[in-house]
Design a protein around this ligand. Structure first.
Ligand code: 5GP
Ligand code: MN
Length: 342
């Protein structure tokens, strides 16, 4: 855990400030939940906060309280730039390095004259002035709860803040099932329900909001599933043509990789998603036990993340990417055989 300058940060925040809060590109439930929760909390403390979201985020997160107040850096660029220019500090949430916001926004942030405060749970964070970094914590949203607790402000958590934090914890823990889910996580969740988070509604809004096409895309993905039992590995591919056929929308592929990991005996799973527009293949990796997909993604696919959930990319064709991936597995055979006890 890294705690850096948090007393100074507390002192800095004693007077009302203009604050910008930023999550990573391709925001997920934790990025949206943590940034919006922090905004609601700091607004309550008398600050003026703006959440700037790098790019589009899935429909199933648009209901989050405060979502309508955010600026999108890619298509509300002048408002976003203005908010950044007028801010006294920028909070960086749920990412560990500036390039994770995408290159346009990264350039703006690199020129930022004031200080950054980072709250994040990814490994190997960049060094900024104020830091609360802990790779052991399941989600940045749980860290926002603990940040509020450090400031002795748990009483300020209302139903909106509780809802945002609950959502981020729920999505980053696969609904409280990953190893990172601790008794502390469950105690926090219990407190959030007491403070007004409606757990059934949140699960419904996030997980039971599928379009028919999204289910058909899932069906296609499952029929593309390849299993490599000798490496305890399974992977899924989706081509651009398949995405188009089922009217792909942002977020439609989220979670599909977990179906590959749900196979009995499989401990390493990947999904490869073709994106011709950006001329790359976006990859998600998941694992069980000690096999670090963070290291695998860093070493081979220009990515990173956590030990059991990471992402990366490839700038060769989908077919060449799969050849590279399957070719790498023999190097990891013994690690894959021993990294998880059922
Ligand atoms: P997902 O597979 O759900 O997109 O991402 C899983 C985890 O890996 C998340 O914590 C995400 O922030 C991280 N991640 C995803 N893609 C990348 C990437 O290209 N680079 C890095 N450094 N991390 C990534
Ligand atoms: Mn996260």
């Amino acid at each position: 855990m890294i705690l850096k300058g948090l007393k100074d940060l507390k002192r800095f925040l004693e007077k009302p400030k203009n604050i910008v809060i930023v999550g990573h590109r391709n925001p997920d439930g934790d990025a949206m939940g943590s940034t919006l929760a922090l905004k609601h909390y700091l607004d309550k403390k008398g600050h003026d906060c703006t959440v700037v979201v790098p790019n589009e985020y899935p429909d199933f997160l648009h209901w989050l309280p405060g979502s309508e107040t955010t600026y999108r850096f890619d298509w509300q660029n002048s408002q976003s730039q203005k908010a950044i220019q007028n801010s006294d500090i920028i909070f960086l949430l749920d990412f560990n390095a500036l390039h994770r916001v995408g290159s346009d926004m990264q350039q703006t942030l690199e020129k930022y004259p004031n200080d950054f405060a980072m709250i994040d749970h990814h490994q190997q964070p960049d060094d900024v002035k104020y830091m609360y970094s802990d790779v052991e914590i399941c989600s940045t949203s749980q860290m926002v709860y603990q940040f509020i607790e450090m400031n002795a402000d748990l009483d300020l958590i209302d139903a909106d803040i509780a809802t945002c934090i609950y959502t981020g914890i729920m999505t980053d823990t696969g609904s409280f099932r990953f190893r990172s889910t601790t008794s502390t996580t469950h105690r926090i969740i219990a407190d959030l329900i007491d403070k007004g988070a409606q757990n059934d509604r949140i699960h419904n809004n996030v997980y039971d909001a599928n379009s028919y096409n999204r289910l058909l895309l899932l069906g296609q993905a499952l029929s593309n599933l390849q299993i490599l039992p000798s490496y305890k590995t399974a992977y899924i591919t989706l081509t651009d043509e398949e995405k188009k056929r089922f009217d792909f929308q942002k977020g439609d592929t989220e979670g599909i990789v977990n179906y590959a990991l749900s196979l009995k005996g499989i401990i390493f799973a990947a999904i490869f998603i073709e994106d011709s527009e950006q001329e790359l293949v976006k990859i998600s990796f998941r694992s069980k036990g000690n096999f670090s997909v963070n290291q695998f993604a860093r070493n081979h696919f220009d990515g990173g993340g956590h030990d059991n959930a990471a992402g990366g990319k490839s700038d060769v064709s989908l077919a060449e990417t799969i050849t590279k991936f399957t070719g790498l597995l023999s190097t990891y055979k013994s690690e894959l055989e021993t990294s998880y006890e059922e």
